[in-house]
Ligand binder design. Structure first.
Ligand code: FEO
Length: 170
């Protein structure tokens, strides 16, 4: 059984993952409005990944005989940014907040000697290293490009190549 505290925190994490998807869909829409379809695609794939993160928590809570509660509103994300680089500065910061939230879940699981949750959360600890690295990687490229149209156009082509791979069934 999940403790009340960990169950509440995992239910809150579902909300945070869905908010992340909402934020990245908003960023996708911004990139479409900027005529940067490759960046829009990249954000679409990211949003889909966030929904799979939410469902991982959803399924884990059920497996542990906890009660999933979809009981909080999803906040409205921002809709506008100054530049593509600004989008990635903000999304990188957001991922760092998600990492802190995952680390807090690990802390609770360890305090409660909940080994199964600790093992489950390990996947997210590793995933957050990848997430931060992928956002930061794009940010570094945008810093080099300095929002110049030629560089953005080339980078947009690269961003178009990202594809969503559904996670293997567990
Ligand atoms: Fe689900 Fe991007 O963290």
């Amino acid at each position: 059984m999940l403790s009340k505290k960990l169950l509440r925190a995992m239910n809150d994490q579902i909300n945070k993952e869905i908010y992340s998807a909402y934020l990245y869909y908003s960023m996708e829409a911004y990139f479409h409005s900027m005529n940067l379809p490759g960046f829009a695609n990249w954000m679409n794939v990211q949003a889909l990944e966030e929904l799979t993160h939410a469902m991982k928590f959803f399924n884990f809570i059920n497996e542990r005989r906890g009660r999933v509660l979809i009981d909080k509103a999803i906040d409205a994300p921002p809709t506008n940014w100054k530049t593509p680089k600004h989008v990635f500065e903000e999304s990188f910061k957001h991922e760092q907040l998600v990492t802190a939230s995952i680390n807090n879940l690990v802390k609770i699981a360890k305090e409660e000697n909940d080994y199964a949750s600790d093992v489950f959360l390990n996947w997210f600890v590793t995933e957050q290293v990848e997430e931060e690295s992928s956002f930061d990687g794009v940010l570094q490229k945008l810093a080099m490009v300095k929002d110049q149209p030629g560089g953005l156009f080339m980078l947009d082509k690269e961003m178009a190549a990202r594809v969503f791979t559904p996670p293997a069934a567990e």
